[in-house]
Each structure stands twice: as C-alpha cells, then as structure tokens.
Design a binder for this molecule. Sequence first.
Ligand code: ZN
Length: 253
Amino acid sequence: MAIVRSESIVLRRRDLRETSLLATFFTRNFGKITGELKGIRADAKKFASKVEIFSLNDIIFYQSSRSSVHLVSHCDEKDNFTALRHDIAKAAAAQLICELVDMLMPPEDANTAVYDWTLEALRHLSTLGHADKLMTVFKIKMLTLSGFKPYLDSCVCCDSKMPDQPRFSMSMGGLLCPRCAGKDPSARAIFRGTIATILHIEKNDLKNNMNLGMNPQIKKELELVLNGFLNFHLGRDLKAQRSINKLDAAGAL
Ligand SMILES: [Zn+2]
C-alpha cells in the first residue's frame, strides 16, 4: 500500500457512518479517486480543510490495491474559492463543472489536461465571472478533452464534406448530410454558425474563447445541442443544469 500525495479538487462528498466522510476527489496525479476521511465529523480540526465541494486541497492518501476507497490521512485546503460560494450563479456553475467532471472521467485514470482545464475554469469563474459563457465553453472543451467530442468535420455517416443543410444527430454523435438524414429521424437542423463556434472553442484557449462573441440565437442553439448531447451520452440530465434552469426561469441569474 503506497502513501501518495496530490493536489485535488473535491467533486462530491457524503457522510459515512457517524463520524466519517466519503469524498470524490479529482486528483492531478491519479485521476478521480474516492477517499474516506475518518473522524472528520467528530473532530472538525482533524483535517486542515472542510473538504467542501469544488475546493482545492493537497491530500495524502494510502493507495489501496484491494479497494476502490482509499484512506485519506491529510487534507490541507489551498483554495476554498470563497467568491464562488457567495454568488448564486457562480456557485451553480462551479457545481456543474464538478458534476460534469465526475460524470465524464473514469476512476483512477490521471488526465492532467482535464485537471488543469477544470482548475483554470474554477479560477476564472472565481476571479472574473461570466458564468453563463464559461459553462458553454467548459462543456465543449470537456467533451473534447475527455474523448466525447461530437463529430463535426463532415457527415458522420458517409464522410462527405460539411453538408449544406446539416442536421445534428445526438445518437450518432455528429452531423448528417441531407442524403443520410433519414438514418436518424430525430436529428435536428443546426446553424452553420453554431458548428463554427464549437470548432473555434475546441481549438482555442480559455482567454480567447471568453472573448468570442456569440449572438443570442447561436448561444441558445449551442445550449440546446450541448445539453441534449450530454444527456444522451450520460444517460441522464445533469442535476446542476436542472438547478441552473430553475434559477434562470425564476429570473435569479
Ligand atoms: Zn452523409
């Protein structure tokens, strides 16, 4: 049983027995792991962190080869992202970031590109905001970095080049040309501008993407396509997205 250390982001947590906590950490060095923090609820000072969702911590844990739950011996908070916790729109976006990483990343498979991207997104949200646009950019980049990228270069079926009246198929994971459209009757028409925006975001860094202008029509379609695509591939809608939609409908965002 090796003792290892890594920087990590708390993706999820739940109480375990009377005094302990079970947390899902996205670690930089070991990918997503589940850790048990014994006694933390009996003695709040036992760990130098409250292990709150989307906080950044240095953790030391005993890497078990027999169990998927590892014993965490130290958890020191590096950044609690306090600014995110005092703003309803930012807190909801940070929760969505954590839920999406949790859903898309397999356990115990290090992916520093996804880790660095997640941390950069949380830092941006905390210091600069723009929660709405950041969520759109985050979803597109996460799909690309985690290998779920929609196929937008040509028809997913016959590979003919960018069709004139493209349709987007959730189930086939990409564009269909008019000749192949019958293969998925539920495929929806999609603006060329929406496709170009996704391709631009896939290729650019956060700073460039946050400066990208999006007209309201494209922004709306992007959300529909991205959320539909994620729901289809994850098998359920994101809880954090439901909360965001409710806040939005209530005019709270
Ligand atoms: Zn085709």
